[in-house]
Ligand binder design. Structure first.
Ligand code: SAM
Length: 183
């Protein structure tokens, strides 16, 4: 399934860290791209840097019109999920969502425009309590991919050798694990 994340309403003065984390979660948990309504060069740098160092093909497209992207996505036959604490609770709808093959997942920052609720094919709550777009996105993607995203390989970057007691990281051109690297 193709999954793209749309981050709506990013406020450069308040949301830098959390929007960066939305992007890191999108990449690590199986989305192929994040669309950012608005521009923020520090986020673009952080996410492009993470993708370059850690491999894979994740992309960031900033400065998009959220409504334009949603319309284009739907016109091309894709479905849209909007994560909101007011929506249908995730376990009730995730099997239905899993049956589509192109999914745009929208997460908000400031108050989300009412129109988004109408444009979405599903408004989904990850539970119906307020928490965070980072947590909502991580849990949603994990349920969507049923955990398979945690074993995904990212080609062409640093690689962690899982270890119970030490840090082991190999670079793309190194053959042996090294201890004590802090990437
Ligand atoms: N007050 C904002 C509003 O009325 O839409 C929400 C702010 S909340 C901190 C930011 C984003 O986190 C929301 O737009 C939503 O995408 C996500 N979020 C927070 N709690 C959620 C939940 N229980 N389920 C799904 N998404 C949630």
């Amino acid at each position: 399934m193709r999954v793209v994340v749309l981050r709506l309403g990013h406020r450069p003065e308040r949301d830098k860290r959390i929007t960066t984390h939305v992007g890191l979660v999108a990449r690590a948990f199986g989305a192929e791209e994040m669309l950012l309504s608005g521009r923020d060069s520090s986020i673009e740098e952080s996410l492009n840097d993470a993708a370059a160092r850690w491999g894979g093909t994740f992309r960031l497209k900033a400065g998009v019109s959220w409504k334009g992207e949603v319309f284009r996505w739907k016109e091309a036959g894709g479905k849209v999920v909007h994560l909101t604490m007011y929506g249908s609770n995730l376990p009730e709808v995730i099997d239905e969502v899993r049956s589509c093959d192109r999914l745009l997942v929208v997460v908000g920052a400031e108050k989300v425009p009412a129109e988004m609720y109408d444009l979405a094919d599903w408004n989904i709550g990850v539970g119906n309590q307020p928490h965070s777009e980072v947590a909502a996105l991580a849990v949603f993607l994990d349920r969507l991919f049923e955990g398979s995203e945690l074993s995904r390989e990212f080609e062409g970057g640093l690689k962690i050798i899982p270890s119970a007691h030490s840090k082991k990281v190999i670079g793309s051109h190194q053959s042996k694990p090294e201890d004590g690297i802090s990437p």
